[in-house]
Design a protein around this ligand. Sequence first.
Ligand code: ITT
Length: 198
Amino acid sequence: MKHITIATKNKGKAIEFKAFFKPFQVEAHSLLELAQIPEDIEETGTTFEENAELKAKGIAEQIAGPVLADDSGLVIDGLDGRPGVYSARFAGERATDEENIQKVLQEMNEIKEDERTARFVSVLALYIPGKGTFFSKGYCEGKITFQKRGINGFGYDPIFVPNGYTETLAELSATEKNRISHRSKAMKEMESILQELF
Ligand code: ITT
């Protein structure tokens, strides 16, 4: 079995990457599964690209083999693009998903249905020892709900309805989310490089 390290401590992301790599017969493991869990890499960048590269290279310095990092977030038009790269810490440095969701709903309570457009963004940085770093990007367009719905997925999934659906991402199955998500689109764009690697 071939292996790849996913430079994440986010359990929701790790589950999705395991599913993406399964058909390639590649075992993807997150940082939480390593015998020695690396220190957090400080996300000091102001773009998804910068932070994805920081995470991929920061972890590649500590472990052998290929490393894939994902920097992602929710870009909301009515909030001038926030929370964007700060999605994980929108309600504070150690904020929970629930606290972040409540902050979005509260800040948007005056915004009307047709102005609640938003998109999830995922930027992947793949570091291959001896070959360098490769990037890809994916989007998922949709709208922010007025209330949270559903229990699947993670993060802001309960308040995001993808275009063409009535359900939130947290009401869709993992299989369905993985068919349309920003992360799966970024993975698709990385596929040719991954195929060369494995
Ligand atoms: P790692 O850096 O360890 O990967 P993180 O959660 O800090 O974990 P990011 O810095 O990329 O990752 O922050 C992304 C945040 O954006 C994440 O915590 C969620 O709140 C949100 N997010 C990203 N993708 C999402 C998705 O598919 N569904 C719901 N929320 C998502």
